[in-house]
Ligand binder design. Structure first.
Ligand code: FPP
Length: 238
């Protein structure tokens, strides 16, 4: 890593291309997701090693329920398996689990498992692995607006006092910094309803590499590219 330029504190990843990876090998789509798990492990390990504070992974969107029953079941099983298998590694590496999304819409078994792993891994964590599950950016903003509306109706919040900080505090990501870098694999030039409020000033990095092929060196390349960017947050350049 070049010295001097800061690394991102928060990296978010849209892990795309599992289906295409499988198709290109003549394999069923679900095998692409299975292969994608190894890239999840590598990304978590690399982020921790690089001293990144928060890694958010888009693991299951609200729209993903439209996929076949087999694919949805496979993704849920892979998540369950990941939580069981990775727990010792997360503890060893001091990685704490966190989740964003409509968690109450996930199968009860998964919800229990997530709660258990969060409770075990969060104390003393040096990095947050934040999984977006049953997540949608518009749904997140909608849920925040409803919660704010209830506070206003209940008299605990003055409508005139609603500002950007109040909105941020009602999002699922409350307490986390906004992402500095958003990586999307497999070349699609879309945001796909991910962290809509939080990515206002986020640097975008889109790579043609499919998620199952996204390894340590690809992650490091994205971080190096981030370090070369000049972030101005709307101010004039030098
Ligand atoms: C997009 O590929 C990927 C997903 C919808 C799911 C990502 C899930 C995993 C990598 C595994 C579960 C994650 C964890 C954290 C345990 P796609 O199927 O849309 O690919 P395509 O665009 O090529 O069809």
């Amino acid at each position: 890593m070049p010295k001097g330029s800061p690394l991102p504190k928060h990296v978010a990843i849209i892990m795309d291309g599992n289906g295409r990876w499988a198709k290109s090998r003549g394999l069923p789509r679900v095998m692409g997701h299975q292969a994608g798990i190894q890239s999840v492990r590598t990304a978590v390990e690399t982020a921790r090693e690089m001293g990144i504070q928060v890694l958010t992974l888009y693991a299951f969107s609200i729209e993903n329920w439209k996929r076949s029953r087999l694919e949805v079941a496979t993704l849920m099983n892979l998540l369950d398996e990941y939580l069981s298998k990775e727990l010792p590694t997360l503890l060893k590496n001091q990685v704490g689990l966190s989740v964003i999304g409509r968690i109450e819409g996930l199968p009860a078994k998964i919800q229990r498992h997530l709660k258990e792993v969060i409770a075990k891994t969060r104390p003393g964590a040096k990095m947050i692995l934040n999984l977006a599950l049953n997540y949608g950016g518009r749904a997140e903003i909608l849920d925040a607006v409803r919660a704010i509306g209830e506070e206003v109706a209940g008299g605990t919040l003055n409508a005139g006092a609603i500002d950007e900080t109040v909105i941020s505090r009602h999002l699922y990501t409350r307490g986390l910094p906004d992402p500095d870098l958003l990586i999307r694999t497999s070349g699609e030039l879309r945001v796909s309803n991910f962290l809509l409020w939080q990515i206002s000033y986020t640097e975008l990095y889109i790579t043609p590499t499919l998620w199952p092929d996204f390894k340590r060196e690809h992650f490091v390349d994205a971080l190096l590219e981030f370090q070369r960017r000049e972030r101005r947050f709307g101010a004039e350049g030098t």
